[in-house]
Design a binder for this molecule. Structure first.
Ligand SMILES: C[S@@+](CC[C@H](N)C(=O)[O-])C[C@H]1O[C@@H](n2cnc3c(N)ncnc32)[C@H](O)[C@@H]1O
Length: 352
């Protein structure tokens, strides 16, 4: 692959990833714009192997690949798209939570990352939740007694794992009206969240929930959440179950509430690295440990959110060049970041 036009060096050791959970120290193009990363520009492509990782410096909305790069990635994917037999597919689907339980039993919370990008990319998670109330024209009245029912700002993280997002929110967001819900279909992960010394039941409620089970109740009524966070979780669902899951979640949002997503993008290096025999369906794979991953395009995600009745606030690609100096190889991490909002309530028309 050719080097991109203008890139800037990012911290050493930010690659990681293998077939790809979230790479340790993963960060975004916004991080790359911060001063600590913005010291070296690759103006001469022959210098590309001088560093392990480069972040493409540009409006990350639209860092285009060359036709040659796109064709090469496409070819690689098409060489490896023979799906596994239906019975294997069924097994990976029906036992999905068991594979994730096994994952967390082995790794416990060693996958904890310093998510320094979290509040840069998603300022909605910082203490300013009230803005959604302003947008929606006031506090939404809530009936009933449920965890966090008296809160003025409610955030739900779905597929929370061991709390890589939830604990930084609780630590950073000191809004006294904040209440954070988090769920995962891995009971092992939820147990790790609940036994974390930073877990505070006065401010947080962790529960086991399968996102793809759209009949299952959430512990909050519809129309009561300010923010829903999905970080590298939608990609773990069978593609056929994504739409219903997003539509179900969208109903939980207040008018003006927002859904935030960061997930794997099409032709991420993790996709190109899958060996033959790991493909479940187009762009959907199973890792060696039985966990699954889909690689999205921006358009696919837009369709999912729009069909759920949400309005686009942001939908962008963050492409980052990774360099293997030993093998003299260059590859890209590709992530997609989305923000979609439930329409604020229109103010009632004034009567004469
Ligand atoms: C790649 S991990 C990301 C974990 C966490 N969001 C983070 O960023 O550290 C994917 C998570 O989604 C969870 N997950 C996968 N499918 C799910 C489903 N159908 N319902 C709820 N959680 C699910 C897994 O158990 C796992 O914790």
């Amino acid at each position: 692959m050719a080097a991109p036009h203008a890139v800037v060096a990012v911290e050493e050791g930010s690659s990681g990833g293998g077939e790809g959970l979230i790479p340790p120290g993963s960060s975004t193009a916004a991080d790359a714009r911060r001063p600590q990363f913005g010291t070296r520009f690759l103006t001469d492509p022959r210098q590309v192997f001088q560093h392990n990782a480069w972040s493409v410096e540009s409006n990350m909305d639209n860092v285009e690949w060359s036709e040659e790069q796109e064709a090469s990635a496409k070819k690689k994917v098409s060489e490896n798209n023979q799906p596994l037999p239906p019975e294997k597919q069924e097994e990976y689907d029906s036992r999905a939570n068991e594979y994730w339980n096994d994952f967390y039993t082995i790794h416990e919370n060693r996958f904890f990352k310093d998510r320094h990008w979290l509040f840069t990319e998603f300022p909605e998670l910082a203490p300013q939740c009230g803005r959604s109330r302003e947008r929606s024209g006031g506090v939404v009245d809530v009936d009933g007694d449920f965890p966090g029912s008296s809160a003025t700002c409610r955030v739900l993280e779905v597929g929370c794992g061991v709390g890589n997002t939830v604990f930084p929110i609780l630590k950073t967001n000191n809004d006294p009206g904040l209440f954070v819900y988090c769920c995962d279909f891995s009971s092992t992960a939820v147990e790790l969240v609940k036994t974390n010394p930073e877990y505070d039941p006065e401010r947080c409620f962790a529960f086991v929930h399968d996102l793809s089970d759209v009949e299952a109740d959430y512990p909050v009524p519809d129309g009561t959440l300010d923010v829903i966070v999905l970080i590298f979780v939608l990609s773990a669902l069978h593609p056929d179950k994504m739409q219903a899951s997003i539509s179900r979640l969208a109903r939980l949002l207040k008018p003006g509430g927002v859904m935030l997503l960061r997930d794997y993008g099409r032709y991420d290096m993790a996709q190109l690295r899958f060996k033959k025999g790991r493909c479940l369906s187009e762009n959907f794979y199973v890792r060696g440990d039985g966990t699954r991953v889909y690689f999205f395009t921006q358009d696919e995600l837009h369709e999912l959110f729009a069909e759920a009745g949400l309005e686009k606030v942001q939908n962008l690609v963050d492409r980052r060049l990774q360099v293997n100096r030993g093998k003299q190889l260059t590859m890209y991490r590709v992530w997609i970041q989305c923000k979609y909002r439930r329409a604020p309530v229109e103010p009632p028309e004034e009567q004469d």
